[in-house]
Design a protein around this ligand. Structure first.
Ligand code: THU
Length: 133
């Protein structure tokens, strides 16, 4: 991805974060997933009083993209307001791998710090459909 397309994706995640539903943890997360056609799908964490039902921002973005028919992806951005940037949790890494493959994972905070990783780097020796054969 180009620097400007990365910046655009991070900006979308940052904007989405404003709508995070994080009333139990107070930990607001915004995500934005870009498909192969350049379409961007945003997501936020949506928490439940039954904590385990919470959906992370990354999966919210992914499910929105899948619902719209996207099936090929370039990158996902994750934005939080923390000095230590927030990588996707293990569950999200797995589901992202299942549907997006080895996409770029852009991490950013409100102070403007950024990191770029690959999903393969974050989920080495992944389990996936090849293991089902
Ligand atoms: N969360 C995300 O949305 N994405 C992450 O990458 C890490 C965690 C959410 C889940 C929960 O609503 C809150 O952050 C605290 O774990």
């Amino acid at each position: 991805m180009t620097t400007s397309s990365r910046e655009r994706l991070i900006a979308a995640a940052r904007e989405a974060r404003e709508h995070a539903c994080a009333k139990y943890s107070g930990f607001r997360v915004g995500a934005a997933l870009e498909d192969a056609k350049g379409r961007i799908f945003a997501g936020v964490n949506v928490e439940s009083s039954s904590y385990g039902l919470t959906c992370c921002a990354e999966r919210t973005a992914l499910f929105s993209a899948l619902t719209a028919g996207s099936r090929a992806f370039q990158a996902i951005a994750v934005v939080t307001d923390t000095a230590r940037l927030t990588p996707p949790c293990g569950a999200c890494r797995q589901v992202l791998w299942d549907y997006c493959g080895d996409v770029e994972v852009l991490l950013a905070n409100l102070a403007g710090q950024t990191e770029v990783h690959s999903l393969a780097e974050l989920l080495p020796h992944a389990f996936d459909e090849d293991n089902l054969r």
